[in-house]
Design a protein around this ligand. Structure first.
Ligand SMILES: *[C@@H]1O[C@H](CO)[C@@H](O)[C@H](O)[C@H]1NC(C)=O
Ligand SMILES: *[C@@H]1O[C@H](CO)[C@@H](O)[C@H](O)[C@H]1NC(C)=O
Ligand SMILES: *[C@@H]1O[C@H](CO)[C@@H](O)[C@H](O)[C@H]1NC(C)=O
Length: 462
C-alpha cells in the first residue's frame, strides 16, 4: 500500500510528457477486487503543462481501506473496451494535431475557429473540442429528487452550479440514457441546495453533507456496476460552493479519484488539476450574461485600476492597507459610494483588480472579462478556470501578494501596445465565459464539458 501511495502522488505531482502509459494501478487484492484505472497518455498534458501549477506542498494522503471488499461486475467489459478504444483513437488524433500544429482546414466548423495567443495550443484545443462534440457521452444518474438533486440555484454567486446541473438535465447533445455508452457519469447533487435545505445555522452540523453525498454514492454503487469498476475515476461532481471540495471529503474516492469540477480550485485544499477542473464563479444577478458585455474603447478608459469589495480573506487587508481610497488612478473601495456604478466603473477602467476573498475564486474575473477590463489577478494556490486551454498570461496580469505595494508601478509599466493586445484578446475570450440557454458552441457550458472530456481522456479504466 505504501508503494501504491507513492505511485499515486508521483502520478499526481510529476509532469507527464510522453504518451506511453505510465503507471498501472495494481489495485487487485486477491480475487475480490480486480478492477483498476490508470492515468493514460494525456491530451491534458499536451495542451498544457499542468505540472507547473501544482505545488508540492499539497500532500495527498490516501486512504488505505478504499479497495477493501470490492466486487466487480464483468458483464460490461466488452462495452468498456469499446469505450476505451474510442478514447484511445481520440487521444491519437489530438496528439497528432499537437505534433503537427496544423490548422484543421478540413473540419466543418464555420462559426468559430480557435486561434491566437489566448490559447495554450489552439490546434490541439480545436481538435479536442470537435472530437468532444462528436463523441462525448455523459450519463446522469436518475436517482435523487429535486431540490437537492437534479436542480440548483441559477442566480447570484453560486449560479454556475445550478446552471450546469439544470442544463445537463435537458441536454440531448452529450447526455445519454444508456450508461453502457457513457464515458463519464454525473452525480447530480447540488452542494448549495444540500446546505440550504439541510444545514442548520445554529448547530452547524456538517454531517449533512456526509450523509447526503455518502448515501448517494452508496446507492449508485450498489445499484450499478460503474462506480466500483473505476473507483469513481470516470465519475464527476460539480460545485461552485466554497464548501464544494469539503463536500467530497466524506467519500474518499470522490475526493482523490473522481473528477471534481469546482469554483473553489484551491491547491492547498487538494485541488488536483490533473483530475479536477476549475470553472468560473459568475455572479448572475438576472441569470444571463449578454447585457453585461462591452465597455468603453481603450482610449476612453480614464481609470487605471478599480476594485470594490468587502474586506475578507488574507489578501484584501493588504490591498486596502496600501490602496483603499488613497490614489486617484487606482480606485479601491471597501464600500462603493452610492453615486458610483460598479459595472460602469469597470467598463471605463483599464485594469480590474481581482483579489481572492474568503475563497480562491472571485466572480470579478468573469465580470472583468465581460467589461473588457484586463483582470489583475491576486491569488495564492488558485488554479484559474479553463487554464488547461486558455493562456491567461495573454489577457490578464498576475500580481503576487508581495507586489501589492508596487501595484501602480507595475500597471503603469505595462507598455500601451501590450495593454491594447490584452484588451483585444479579452473580447475574444468572452465567448468562453458566456452563459447561454440553450448553450452555444464554445460557451461556458461547453468549456466545462470540454474540461471534463480532457480529464476523462487522461484516465484509462480497465
Ligand atoms: C460495490 O462494492 C461494494 C463494496 O464496497 C459492494 O457492497 C457493492 O455491492 C458493489 N456493487 C456492485 C454493483 O457490485
Ligand atoms: C470616447 O472619447 C471620444 C473623445 O473624447 C468621444 O468623442 C467618444 O464619443 C467617446 N466614445 C465613447 C464610446 O464614449
Ligand atoms: C486555500 O486553502 C488553504 C488551506 O485550507 C487556506 O488556508 C487558504 O485560506 C485557502 N485560500 C483561499 C483564498 O481561500
Amino acid at each position: 500500500m505504501r508503494q501504491f501511495m507513492q505511485t499515486f502522488s508521483n502520478v499526481i505531482f510529476l509532469g507527464i510528457t510522453a504518451f506511453i502509459l505510465y503507471v498501472v494501478f495494481d489495485l487487485s487484492k486477491g480475487s475480490k477486487s480486480l478492477s483498476s484505472f490508470y492515468f493514460s497518455s494525456s491530451p491534458l498534458t499536451w495542451i498544457t503543462d499542468i505540472s507547473k501549477g501544482v505545488s508540492s506542498s499539497a500532500s495527498m494522503p490516501f486512504p488505505s481501506s478504499y479497495t477493501d471488499g470490492r466486487t466487480r461486475k464483468t458483464n460490461g467489459d466488452q462495452k468498456l473496451e469499446k469505450i476505451e478504444a474510442g478514447l484511445a483513437r481520440a487521444r491519437d488524433l489530438i496528439r497528432e494535431t499537437t505534433l503537427k500544429q496544423n490548422q484543421l482546414t478540413t473540419l466543418e466548423d464555420a462559426d468559430y475557429v480557435p486561434q491566437g495567443d489566448i490559447y495554450r495550443n489552439a490546434y490541439a484545443f480545436h481538435r479536442s473540442y470537435i472530437l468532444m462534440e462528436k463523441l462525448f457521452k455523459i450519463f446522469v444518474y436518475e436517482e435523487g429528487e429535486p431540490p437537492l438533486f437534479h436542480f440548483g440555484p441559477c442566480k447570484n454567486i453560486y449560479s454556475m452550479e445550478g446552471i450546469f446541473i439544470n442544463l445537463m438535465e435537458t441536454n440531448t447533445q452529450f447526455r445519454t440514457q444508456n450508461p453502457d455508452e457513457a464515458h463519464v457519469f454525473f452525480l447530480p447533487f447540488s452542494v448549495v441546495m444540500i446546505l440550504e435545505h439541510l444545514f442548520h445555522p445554529i448547530t452547524r452540523d456538517k454531517a449533512v453533507l456526509e450523509r447526503t453525498i455518502g448515501d448517494y454514492v452508496h446507492i449508485i454503487s450498489e445499484k450499478y456496476p460503474f462506480w466500483n469498476r473505476s473507483y469513481g475515476a470516470d465519475h464527476f461532481m460539480l460545485s461552485c460552493h466554497d464548501w464544494g471540495p469539503r463536500a467530497t471529503w466524506y467519500v474518499k474516492e470522490l475526493y482523490f479519484i473522481s473528477i471534481r469540477v469546482l469554483c473553489n480550485a484551491n491547491i492547498s485544499e487538494h485541488f488536483n488539476p490533473k483530475k479536477d477542473a476549475s470553472f468560473p464563479e459568475i455572479n448572475l444577478v438576472t441569470g444571463e450574461t449578454t447585457s453585461l458585455t462591452g465597455g468603453l474603447p481603450p482610449s476612453n478608459r480614464t481609470i487605471l485600476a478599480f476594485f470594490a469589495g468587502g474586506m475578507h480573506g488574507r489578501i484584501r487587508p493588504t490591498l486596502f492597507e496600501h490602496w483603499k481610497e488613497k490614489d486617484k488612478d487606482v480606485l479601491v473601495y471597501e464600500k462603493l459610494p452610492e453615486e458610483i456604478s460598479y459595472q460602469e466603473t469597470m467598463k471605463k477602467s483599464k485594469y480590474c483588480i481581482c483579489p481572492s476573498g474568503y475563497e480562491a475564486a472571485s466572480p470579478r474575473i468573469a465580470e472583468a472579462i465581460y467589461a473588457e477590463c484586463v483582470p489583475v489577478i491576486i491569488s495564492q494556490q488558485y488554479v484559474l478556470p479553463f487554464s488547461d486551454v486558455l493562456n491567461w498570461d495573454s489577457f490578464s496580469v498576475q500580481v503576487s501578494v508581495s507586489e501589492i505595494p508596487k501595484l501602480k508601478e507595475i500597471l503603469m509599466g505595462i507598455p500601451e501596445d501590450q495593454y491594447l493586445r490584452m484588451h483585444e484578446r479579452l473580447k475574444q475570450v468572452q465567448r468562453h465565459f458566456m452563459v447561454n440557454n440553450p448553450p452555444k458552441k464554445y460557451d461556458v457550458f461547453h468549456m466545462i464539458i470540454h474540461s471534463i472530456w480532457l480529464r476523462r481522456l487522461n484516465v484509462h479504466v480497465k
